[in-house]
Design a protein around this ligand. Structure first.
Ligand SMILES: [Zn+2]
Length: 267
């Protein structure tokens, strides 16, 4: 699917704002992320059916943020396995009613989140018929439960929100963990990477730009902690120099500072 637009699901109440992917094997189809509403999920299903009538055996959710999986409901009738990270169900249960409350545009009417039916603890291979996909469950990074998909045949890595392009990276897991997982992803023999937000990448530039942001964030938040700058002041002053490099910076960057501060003050 073409890249979705760069916007925030909650504040703009438009959808889709996260990338959606489907992969067709000799026998079956896998869908990775389905958008943020039933309506988007239905449009995605229609687009897939224009390409293939093979059964949709897997709907993979990269993580719990609603812009990535609230379209899952549109696929229930296809009877796929709904696949997620082994730590996903706990976070899903904790957050889902909050998400539902905040999504109140008519667009989201009828949207009901779907619980996963298949969990990945470390690594699992699913086969669509001569088209194996490696599913990897990561340590804490963007969230506590990021799942990536690697399609060996085309060398395509579907990174979910472990890679942000254009859109400010958003931190909901571990800053130091994310830096570590990014190195692991960069070492994969990929030919292209589909990020959670923004355009498909064929080289390392986007990973490098994101790492620059995350490592500067770690460095400057540590410095603020050392200087006894309080968390709220830090959220308004740390690393604001990078604002021109990213979209939605004012919305997400202060929250990233707060999240990073909470993680790093215990070092
Ligand atoms: Zn996310």
């Amino acid at each position: 699917m073409p890249p979705s637009k760069i916007a925030d699901l909650f504040t703009t109440q438009t959808d889709p704002v996260a990338n959606m992917t489907f992969i067709v094997g000799d026998e079956a189809v896998a869908v990775i992320d389905t958008g943020g509403s039933q309506r988007t999920g239905e449009a995605l299903l229609k687009a897939i059916r224009k390409e293939t009538d093979k059964p949709i055996k897997y709907v993979v959710t990269t993580h719990v943020h609603p812009d990535h999986h609230f379209g899952n409901q549109a696929f229930v009738q296809e009877k796929p396995q709904f696949v997620a990270h082994t730590r996903y169900p706990g976070d899903f249960a904790a957050k889902v009613s909050y998400y539902m409350e905040r999504l109140n545009s008519p667009w989201f009417k009828g949207t009901k989140p779907v619980a996963p039916t298949m969990l990945v603890e470390t690594e699992t291979v699913i086969d669509l018929g001569n088209r194996p996909l490696i599913l990897t469950a990561h340590e804490r990074a963007h969230t506590r439960h990021d799942l990536t998909v690697f399609d060996e045949q085309t060398g395509t890595l579907i990174a979910g929100d472990l890679l942000f392009v254009e859109h400010t990276p958003t931190l909901d897991g571990s800053l130091l963990g994310w830096l570590k997982v990014t190195e692991q992803l960069e070492a994969l023999p990929y030919k292209q990477v589909i990020p959670g937000h923004g355009a498909v990448q064929t080289g390392p530039d986007a990973f490098k730009q994101q790492t620059r942001y995350l490592s500067s964030l770690a460095q400057e938040v540590r410095a603020a902690i050392q200087k006894n700058i309080d968390i709220n002041t830090a959220s308004e002053t740390v690393l604001t120099s990078q604002s021109s490099e990213w979209k939605l910076f004012e919305l997400f960057h202060p929250r990233n500072v707060i999240q990073a501060y909470k993680e790093l003050e215990w070092e």
